[in-house]
Ligand binder design. Structure first.
Ligand code: TYD
Ligand code: MG
Length: 468
């Protein structure tokens, strides 16, 4: 019998290999993502290859000299903050983001800044024609820099071109990895195999020459780096560019970084003339604040090493539905349910007959549990119909027992709030490095119920029995 061909069926979303075609992928649960593919084609693959004798590699101890990774600093401070102090030479970076969010803009601006600093930069666009890229460069005032441009999608051609350059490039930008294809894979462009092998070839180029390669990857609505999820583990850093269409600002976040922290964010604002760096994001997120509305509380948050103040808005309204609505934008909805349960169990605040809407102002997303306290205060304030003091910040984690637990960096959070004109703070009892004051400006809360009393005063918050 003839030997079976090497064809397999590969999910284009997660890369799972199936033996036959099926409608739904077992790996990621996506529908219609499986296509016929040849995962073994190309470099290193194929059963036909004769086994070779390997060479002996030296083994060494963990203890020894360490060299600081050499970096190229882009001088776009918000970008350098996220990469951990600049792009590491010889590393491969994946920049993900939804289409239209500004990835090409960011990279063009970084390329221009690096080029001005004397670095040799190559920008390869697989999506746009040379004229289009030039148009953008002109808009960004990057057209007079020495950035070298090519519109090309074949990886071998790109690598040959790079190898032929007089001076080895310091940074190569590939926009985007989904448009690249390599001769070594015989599947259609855009398939997982093509993307993976193209990325492999480019990463190999980075490692062998010491040039940094930045690859753009498009992201699906769910936030997965579409197709190139398989690329995520191959690269040294994965950076995500986020934002929503209705707001002008964009957040750059490191999801993975072998050479730096992953908890830093970079904040930009999309302007007519490109991306502007926002050095003080709190001002931006608090910019449109209407004062004296019940249900608004300012959260003193932290993003990496940087404090960041955002407004949390809650609306609690009586409902006629059997199951009240809970809608959350910018925060974890299960965390909201937990706080509602704690308010009910330990503070006598019953929201069972109320719809609850929670919104983090400006489309920002909070991931810290320290926001619990601000959320609880916003909820209480909205339910009581009493506005919170406008010059007060809130932070602290709430435990299921109704006590308020300290969170790190209390001093830094307070300092940032003071810088922006806030005069008081509500924080967990036992927080470290809190400035000592004699006045009442800092309220250290131990139990959530104390705060309910402080905010609502004598007002009864259980509407269950005394519905109006
Ligand atoms: P782009 O960088 O092309 O996005 P991506 O590469 O992530 O797909 O930018 C897309 C949007 O940015 C586009 O809708 C127009 C807007 N934009 C500006 O507002 N100002 C500018 O200077 C530029 C270049 C783009
Ligand atoms: Mg683009």
């Amino acid at each position: 019998m003839a030997k079976k061909s090497k064809t397999a069926f590969v999910c284009q979303n997660c890369g799972t290999v199936h033996t036959q075609w099926q409608g739904k992928c077992d790996g990621c649960g996506e529908w219609n993502t499986i296509v016929e593919d040849n995962p073994l084609a190309g470099i290193g693959g194929g059963p036909g290859r004769a086994p070779q004798k390997g060479r002996v590699v030296p083994l060494t101890s963990l203890d020894g000299e360490i060299e600081e990774a050499p970096r190229i600093v882009s001088r776009v401070a918000e970008l350098d903050r996220v990469t951990g102090g600049g792009f590491v030479r010889g590393s491969a970076v994946l920049l993900g983001g939804e289409p239209g969010i500004g990835k090409s803009t960011l990279l063009m601006q970084a390329a221009a800044a690096l080029s001005r600093a004397g670095h040799n930069i190559v920008y390869v666009s697989g999506e746009e024609a040379v004229a289009q890229v030039r148009l953008r460069a002109k808009r960004l005032k990057a057209n007079e820099t020495q950035v070298q441009l090519a519109a090309e999608t074949n990886v071998e051609d790109i690598l040959t071109t790079l190898g032929n350059m007089e001076k080895r490039p310091d940074l190569v930008i590939i926009d985007s990895i989904q448009t690249m294809w390599t001769d070594s894979a015989d599947s259609a462009p855009g398939t997982v195999t093509q993307v993976r092998q193209s990325a492999q070839a480019l990463i190999r180029y980075a490692k062998s020459t010491g040039a940094t390669v930045v690859m753009v990857g498009h992201v699906t609505k769910e936030g997965n780096i579409a197709g190139p999820r398989v690329v995520e583990h191959m690269v040294d850093a994965v950076i995500q560019f986020e934002g929503d269409g209705s707001h002008q600002y964009r957040i750059l976040r490191a999801l993975k970084n072998r050479f730096g922290p992953t908890d830093e964010i970079g904040v930009f604002e999309m302007m007519q003339s490109g991306l502007r760096q926002v050095a003080n994001p709190s001002e931006l997120f608090l910019g449109e604040r209407a004062d004296n509305a019940p249900g608004a509380a300012v959260f003193g948050g932290m993003e990496g090493t940087r404090p960041l103040l955002v407004e949390i808005q809650a609306l609690v309204a009586p409902t006629s539905l059997g199951t009240p609505r809970r809608a959350v934008v910018g925060w974890d909805s299960s965390r909201l349910s937990m706080i509602i349960a704690v308010l009910q169990a330990h503070c006598g605040v019953n929201l069972g007959q109320h719809d609850v809407y929670l919104n983090v102002a400006g489309g920002y997303r909070i991931s810290e549990p320290a926001a619990d306290l601000a959320v609880a205060c916003a909820l209480i304030s909205s339910l009581a119909g009493l506005a919170l003091p406008t010059d007060c910040v809130y932070f602290g984690e709430i435990s299921l027992s109704g006590s308020i637990r300290p969170v790190p960096h209390a001093g830094q959070r307070i300092k940032e709030a003071e810088k922006l004109g806030f005069k008081s703070a509500v924080l967990p009892k036992g927080s470290s490095d809190v400035p000592k004051r004699n006045d009442e400006s800092i309220f250290a809360a131990e139990k959530l119920v104390d705060l309910v009393v402080k905010i609502a005063g004598g007002k009864t918050l259980s509407y269950e029995s005394d519905e109006k």
